[in-house]
Every structure is written in structure tokens, then in C-alpha cells.
Design a protein around this ligand. Structure first.
Ligand code: MG
Length: 287
């Protein structure tokens, strides 16, 4: 082989490896093909396929219609909203839905059902779903205790853990703490864009779109997790690539990624404060 061609090919391989190994880059891109044909009047007609399907295809055998979903309704104050028709209901205020949750050992949870809400109980530990999830859309509502106690990380602290990655729950209404530990933060990794907290005691919502991290067979990270989070309808995490784990590792450190299964229980944190949750539903997503 010509030495110059060999050199250029080697550079291309190095470049391809560098790009493919970059955790923030998608693992696969759509296959797009374009071509031009003449119509019967000799005019150019441009064609394009994406992953083998013609753009603007109307044949349902080739491009099926999206499934029909009946949308839910939003909560308003004490009036609890409804989930979309295809969601998995994880908690709807009933005793029956409490059975979807256990402690981290699979035993019945000690958290309490109070006025149709699930309330964290000090020293009862985290709770988790019996079912396991990976990439998903999650809706969850929470309220910090109406009686304000403590400050900083000690006020209305809990957390929503997707595969162990925490979206922080904290009473940040007139309560300062480090930015990457605020409500809506990816704890220790990414602060929220804004502070959209409502006063303690009021119901607040998180809508989270999460894509799980991907690991190869020997546990190397192939693709970082991504998070989009709306807090009370306000965007606070905008398709953020999560740079690693969110677990506390000391005053100024969190843990790096560690390989795990493709699906894990959803968890809620007991941080010693009686934070309440309600109207929890989830829609599993394709990776
Ligand atoms: Mg927390």
C-alpha cells in the first residue's frame, strides 16, 4: 500500500475511534439516502429515505401510524391530574398503588399514606418500585413540608432516582444551597437553569425525560445518560448529557459512572424530611 494512503487511512481510524468513544455522541445516526429522478415531464424530482423509508410515505405497511394515546390532565392545587392512557401508574393516592413500592430490600415500605400522598418517613430508608425501568418519561409531584425546618440541604430534602441518578428534590424557596444541589439539579453534576420552586407545602411537579446510559459487555461506558427536566412546567435541564454518577462521595465529589443493568427500580429518597409525593406515572421509552 502507498505509504501516503496508509497514513491517511490510519488517521481516519484514529479519528473514528476518538469520535465513537466520545460518550456524548449518539451510538447510531439515521441512514439518509438522496437521489434525483426525472418525472414524465423531464423535471427533477428529489427523493430521500431515512432508514430505508421514503420521506412523506403514506403506505402504512411501510410507515405505520403512531399509536393513539388519550392525554392526561394537569393537576391544579389540590385537584390531582390524570395520567395519559398508556402510562404505567406507580402511585395514584390509593392503598393499592402503594403496593407498587417496597423498601430497598423488597419489604413493605414504612412510608405513610397521608391525605392521598406518599410521605417520606425518617429512617425508613429509600423506597423503590417493584417494576424496573430504563429510558422513560416520568411525571412526579412533590411537596416540601409546610412547616419550614432546617436550612440548605436540610430543608425538604428528598430525591427522585432514575437508575441511581438523582434529580434533587429540595425546598429551594428562599433557601440557598450550592447550585448543583438545588431542586431540579442532577445532584453534584448539573445545576438547574433556573430556580422554579414554589413555597413549601405547595404541590410541585417534575416531568423528566431520561435516556439511560449504555455500557458494553465489559462495563465500559458507551453512551452517557441524558436528562431533560421540567420543574413546574419550566425547563431546568435541557437535554443534558450526564457526565457521571450523582452519589455523594465527600464534600466536593460525586461518584463516577459504574456499569449496571439495563433496567432498575425507580427510587425516592428518605433524607430525614417528611416530603410528600403524589400522581407518579411513567412511560417507558426506546433507548
Ligand atoms: Mg436529595
Amino acid at each position: 500500500m502507498n505509504i501516503r494512503i496508509f497514513f491517511v487511512l490510519s488517521l481516519m481510524v484514529v479519528w473514528a475511534n476518538a469520535v465513537l468513544a466520545e460518550p456524548g455522541i449518539p451510538l447510531s445516526e439515521p441512514d439518509i439516502k438522496t437521489w434525483t429522478e426525472n418525472d414524465d415531464k423531464g423535471k427533477d424530482v428529489h427523493f430521500m429515505t431515512i432508514d430505508g423509508v421514503l420521506v412523506h410515505e403514506t403506505d402504512e405497511a411501510k410507515e405505520p401510524q403512531p399509536p393513539v394515546v388519550t392525554p392526561g390532565t394537569a393537576s391544579c392545587g389540590d385537584r390531582v391530574g390524570a395520567a395519559p392512557s398508556d402510562a404505567v401508574i406507580l402511585f395514584d393516592g390509593t392503598e393499592a398503588s402503594l403496593a407498587n413500592w417496597t423498601d430497598t430490600k423488597g419489604n413493605p415500605t414504612q412510608w405513610q399514606l397521608v391525605d392521598g400522598a406518599l410521605e417520606s418517613v425518617k429512617k425508613a430508608g429509600y423506597i423503590q418500585t417493584r417494576e424496573k425501568f430504563g429510558s422513560c418519561q416520568l411525571h412526579i409531584e412533590w411537596a416540601a413540608p409546610a412547616t419550614v425546618k432546617g436550612s440548605g440541604q436540610g430543608r425538604g430534602n428528598s430525591g427522585v432516582f432514575l437508575m441511581g441518578y438523582e434529580v434533587q428534590v429540595l425546598d429551594c424557596y428562599n433557601n440557598k444551597t450550592y447550585p448543583d444541589g438545588q431542586a431540579g439539579a442532577l445532584y453534584g453534576r448539573n445545576k438547574p437553569l433556573v430556580n422554579a420552586c414554589l413555597p413549601p407545602g405547595e404541590w410541585q411537579s417534575y416531568d423528566i425525560i431520561f435516556h439511560r446510559p449504555v455500557f458494553d459487555k465489559v462495563g465500559n461506558l458507551q453512551q452517557e445518560a441524558t436528562f431533560t427536566v421540567l420543574h413546574n412546567g419550566v425547563l431546568v435541564q435541557d437535554h443534558v448529557f450526564l457526565s457521571g454518577g450523582t452519589g455523594w462521595r465527600g464534600k466536593h465529589a460525586v461518584w463516577p459512572y459504574a456499569a449496571h443493568a439495563d433496567a432498575l427500580p425507580l427510587q425516592l429518597q428518605d433524607h430525614g424530611n417528611p416530603v410528600r409525593f403524589r400522581n407518579i406515572w411513567i412511560r417507558p421509552l426506546q433507548d
